[in-house]
Design a protein around this ligand. Structure first.
Ligand SMILES: C[S@@+](CC[C@H](N)C(=O)[O-])C[C@H]1O[C@@H](n2cnc3c(N)ncnc32)[C@H](O)[C@@H]1O
Length: 286
């Protein structure tokens, strides 16, 4: 594990002690839910055979492997992440897949000297956790060659994401919801397109474009309603509230029942389908 120090110490601790083990346990369900969004961002990046790609906040590395398939034998992909448990799984999966042009580095993308130069910077929901996003993107920019492209997917506001907002509202009927600063590092830190445009522009990116992406997610990849409710209690604001409040088992049961009731209308053949809202952000380096 990288040292728990520096500007992102809180996130490093979180993604090693809390978020990482949870993502390792829920990996298949998470990936099945959000995979289509990451694939669309890859499509927008227009990745070509032979390119060098940097996958920022690569987590369990499923995007890294998909990127490696796209660049082929002549290209390479480096996945960077601060979470040791997630990278351990990523390395295992890469070995099992026989991927040879893939490497993973346990490093803070905001501050690490990255072994550039890359043709493409890609991320699926891995760039919203920097305490100093402008410094982070300036650092990432230094790892890109002239003419390189950037493509990442990030969430629009919670209120536009019923798959997380509906469970959050149900949870809030029973326990207090932590009030996060709107731009604090976290899943919704890049919801404001104007702010992100400013961050990227100051970091030296050009031709910055936000594409709204409104997609129904197959939440938890089509598991049963009860399994999906358990999944949703471990994601986003509901999970943060449960962690902070540490309620009694009786209160947890009431939260679970409330979330089940709120999500049940979205259950149907094949699983729970709920709306999501994201941005695909693309940009370039001159
Ligand atoms: C929401 S998860 C997304 C993981 C993965 N990209 C996916 O879509 O499954 C966010 C990821 O960003 C990583 N992360 C957060 N801050 C980071 C930083 N400063 N440098 C590198 N990775 C970071 C976390 O460890 C975590 O793996």
């Amino acid at each position: 594990m990288i040292e728990v120090a520096g500007p992102n110490a809180e996130q490093i601790r979180y993604w090693n002690e809390v978020g990482g083990p949870k993502w390792v346990a829920l990996g298949d369900a998470i990936s099945a839910s959000i995979r289509p969004l990451g694939v669309l961002a890859m499509d927008r990046a227009g990745i070509a055979a032979g390119e060098r790609v940097l996958d920022v906040g690569c987590g369990l590395g499923d995007t890294t492997l998909e990127l490696a398939r796209r660049v082929g034998a002549g290209g390479s992909v480096l996945g960077v992440d601060i979470s040791a448990p997630m990278l351990e799984r990523a390395r295992e999966d890469a070995r099992a897949a026989g991927a040879t042009r893939v490497a993973f580095e346990n490093a803070d993308a905001q501050t690490a000297a990255l072994p550039g130069l890359f043709d493409v910077l890609y991320s699926r929901f891995g760039v919203m956790f920097f305490t100093e996003p402008e410094a982070a993107f300036a650092n990432l920019r230094r790892a890109l060659r002239g003419g390189a492209r950037l493509a990442f997917v990030c969430w629009r506001p919670l209120q536009e994401n019923p798959w997380l907002h509906v469970p959050a509202m149900a949870t809030a009927r029973h326990i207090p919801m932590p009030q996060a600063e709107p731009h604090a590092p976290g899943p919704f830190a890049f919801a404001d397109a104007a702010r992100v445009r400013e961050i990227l522009s100051r970091a030296g990116f050009v031709r910055i474009h936000h594409e709204p992406l409104d997609r129904e997610l197959l939440v938890a990849g089509g598991r049963s309603l009860d399994e999906t409710v358990d999944f949703l209690l471990q994601m986003g604001p509901s999970a943060a509230a449960l962690r902070e409040a540490s309620p009694t088992p009786a209160v947890v049961d009431r939260v679970r029942a409330a979330v089940r009731e709120a999500v049940a209308p979205h259950d149907g053949p094949g699983g729970v389908r709920m709306a999501s809202a994201a941005w695909i952000v693309t940009a370039a380096v001159d």
